[in-house]
Write a protein that binds this ligand. Structure first.
Ligand SMILES: O=P(O)(O)OC[C@H]1O[C@H](OP(=O)(O)OP(=O)(O)O)[C@H](O)[C@@H]1O
Ligand SMILES: NC(=O)CC[C@H](N)C(=O)O
Ligand SMILES: [Mg+2]
Length: 506
């Protein structure tokens, strides 16, 4: 779940891109990058780390032009330590293209072979996003007879991408000398929205993973990009859009609502915050039905993502809501950190228990999810150390039992605490006195309740049903081995930042 951003403005776009990436930081903490376009020249700066660490004033000054794309990365392919895999990626032919990708291709290996053997293209990293860029480049080249490019040709190339690529992809790209292109995979798994701002010089466009970036940059949300749809905005600000897939259907990733997205975003027309309140409400119903024998003194959220659910849950139960854990705001999200050691250490640095809220009490701790169990194990121990009497634990989503192959880095079953355990065993494993999970049907209902026409979701990590790509047991096994290799540090020995100015002449 990286964050992508694209802007066609009427004045320099560099600061807007930087500010927008800050708003998407929760989607990727490992690397960041910006490319701006000034005529036929791309200016690129990307590197490892948080946005505020990657970009210095001198880097920002060199990002000229009114149009640009940006990316924050949370790797699902390749390595978190390779600056060469930071995005956007660049390819020089045809025209000069840069691309930022959120998601994960499930047929990257096969495409890589095809690109090399048939399309005669070389991919230099282990990133599936570089593969995706080269497929787009090849399809554009196939569609273009001469040096001239029009929206129709671009959309035909996107149709080619849809035919060849499997998995999840929300993409922003720029074609040198032409404009900004964005598209979403035919299943609509990862989010992508666009908005506009009217200025004296004309309409400006912003395309982004989450609407929160529109709000803070002063843009009005227009709509989500539909599954399979592509939009193209040329340098002059003319807007074009077209459906480029034959059998498109909307199946947003349910985990965006559970954890990935910011609560103040609206995804596919549904407020993430509202769904999290609903999660708390339906969890309260289940608790009333099944846990009425338990005596709960206080409901305590595990900051940050579970707060809305815990709040609503406590309201419905009629039990006090208390902030028992204080979060250190300078520690990032632990789930998307690379490496189990770092994640474990960071939970302790990030959250501190106040004994005043725990001593002698029966507490109900609420989190949005239990994935590896890193957070819940530590938190339960902290609550015990703080003097809690009984510790009950509620998860606003069902147990995560299956790998995700669409842009969330949980590719191996062995790292998932619930993969081979039932609820009682998980409860024992995290050290709680009682554990309760949301039902999957209740979870999807928290979204479709807000928007009834939204009834299909990507839910594979909960039920093992993979809606896109040919995800077989063999594929999952290969992926597991590959990711373990990637994480063990197969990386490029390069400096941590890349600066490029790329001029493409007509
Ligand atoms: O079972 P685990 O593998 O620990 O994963 C689940 C935990 O990770 C996330 O928190 P995170 O610290 O990433 O972010 P948050 O501050 O948004 O809650 C999520 O909210 C859970 O607390
Ligand atoms: N989480 C994502 O969206 C990752 C994008 C891409 N697969 C990468 O690893 O860089
Ligand atoms: Mg959390």
């Amino acid at each position: 779940m990286c964050g992508v951003l694209g802007i066609v403005a009427k004045s320099p776009a560099n600061q807007l891109l930087y500010d927008g990436l800050l708003m998407l930081q929760h989607r990727g903490q490992d690397a960041g990058g910006i490319v701006t376009a000034q005529g036929n020249t791309f200016h690129m700066h990307k590197g490892l780390g948080l946005v505020r660490d990657v970009f210095r004033t001198r880097n920002m000054r060199a990002l000229h032009g009114n149009m640009g794309i940006g990316h924050v990365r949370y790797p699902t392919a390749g390595s978190s330590k390779s600056p060469a895999e930071a995005q956007p990626f660049y390819v020089n032919s045809p025209f000069g293209i840069v691309l930022g990708h959120n998601g994960n291709l499930t047929n990257a290996e096969q495409l890589n072979q095809e690109l090399f053997r048939t399309d005669l293209r070389h991919v230099n990293t282990h990133s599936d996003s570089e593969v995706l860029l080269n497929v787009l480049a090849h399809e554009l080249q196939e569609q273009t007879g001469n040096c001239h490019l029009d929206p129709e040709t671009i959309f035909a190339a996107v149709s080619g991408v849809h035919r060849r690529c499997a998995g999840a992809y929300a993409v922003v790209a720029m074609i040198a000398g032409y404009g900004l292109l964005a598209f979403r995979d035919p299943h609509g798994i990862r989010p992508l929205v666009y908005g506009t701002m009217e200025t004296k010089k004309g309409t400006e466009y912003l395309i982004t993973s989450e609407s929160v970036a529109l709000d803070t940059l002063g843009f009005q949300l227009v709509r989500d990009i539909a599954p399979g749809e592509a939009i193209f905005i040329d340098e002059a600000g003319n807007f074009f859009s077209q459906q480029c897939a034959k059998n498109a259907s909307l199946n947003p990733c349910i985990f965006e609502y559970v954890y990935l997205a910011r609560p103040d975003s609206v995804i596919d027309g549904v407020s993430v915050y509202e769904t999290r309140l609903n999660m708390g409400e339906s969890l309260a119903e289940k608790i009333t039905r099944t846990m009425s024998h338990l005596d709960i003194d206080v409901v305590i959220p595990i900051p940050d993502s579970s707060r809305p659910s815990a709040l609503q849950l406590s309201n419905r139960l009629g039990v006090d809501f208390r902030e028992g854990f204080i979060k250190n705001r300078y520690v990032g999200r632990t789930f998307i950190m690379p490496g189990q050691q770092q994640r474990k250490k960071s939970v302790r640095q990030k959250l501190n228990a106040m004994s005043i809220e725990f001593k002698g009490k029966n507490v109900l701790l609420v989190d949005d999810s239990i994935v590896r169990g890193t957070t819940s194990r530590e938190i339960v121990q902290m609550a015990r150390d703080a003097g809690a009497n009984k510790i009950y634990f509620a998860s606003a989503s069902p147990p995560v039992r299956f790998p995700n192959v669409y842009g969330i880095d949980m590719p191996t079953r062995q790292e998932l605490i619930a993969a081979e355990r039932d609820t009682e065993e998980i409860c024992r494993e995290i050290g709680a006195d009682y554990l309760i999970f949301q039902e999957l049907e209740a979870l999807t209902h928290t979204v479709s309740k807000v928007k009834p026409e939204l009834s299909c979701f990507e839910t594979s990590c909960f039920n093992g049903r993979y809606i896109a790509g040919n995800v077989t047991a063999e594929y999952l096994e290969t992926l597991e081995t590959k990711r373990n290799g990637d994480r063990a540090g197969r990386q490029m020995p390069l400096k941590t930042q890349l600066d490029l100015s790329l001029t493409v002449s007509e």
